[in-house]
Design a protein around this ligand. Sequence first.
Ligand code: S3P
Length: 170
Amino acid sequence: MNIFIIGFMGSGKSSLAQRLSNILNLNFIDIDEEIENLSDLKISEIFQQKGEDEFRNIERQCLLNIINTDNNIIATGGGTPCFFDNMDVINKNGVSIYLKMTPAQLFRRLKNSKTPRPLVKELNYFQLKETIIYMLSKREKFYSQANYIVDGKNIDIKQIISFLNIDQSR
Ligand code: S3P
C-alpha cells in the first residue's frame, strides 16, 4: 500500500507523513528529497539552473519510480498533484490524503518558514498572501480529488488511521 499526503506548501505534509509512518510502520518518502537525490541538486538549484518545467519532469519521474515500490507513506511536493496526470497516477496507485489549510493558516506558516521555496522565497508579505490565495484557487481542484481530506488545524490521527483501515499489528 502507498499513501500519498498532498497539500499546499507549508501545510505540514512531511510531519504528518512521518507521524503516520511511525505508527503504521511504513517507509517515509519525501518527494522533494527524492528529487534532490535523483538530480544531485537542491530544489532551489534545479529551479535556478534548469527552470520549473524541468523540475516538474524530475518530480514526475520520482513519482513514477515511487509507485513501483510498496509500503510507503509519501509526502508529495505542493505542486506534485497539479502537473501532468499526476493526481490520477496517485489515486490509481495508492490512497491520497489532502492536508487542507486555509490561506490565512498557510500564510502564518509560510511567512515564518526556514525552508527555501523557490516559488515564494522572493515575495514580501503582501505578495505572499496574494500568491497563496491565487495558487490555492488553481490547485484546489487537484487537491480535492483526494480520497480523504484532513482539516490541517485539527489533525485527528486516530480518524485517519481508521479511514485507512490498516491493521497496526502487522
Ligand atoms: C512546490 C512545493 C515544494 C517543492 C517545490 C515546488 C510547489 O514542496 O516541491 O518548491 O510547487 O508547491 P513543499 O510543498 O514540500 O514545500
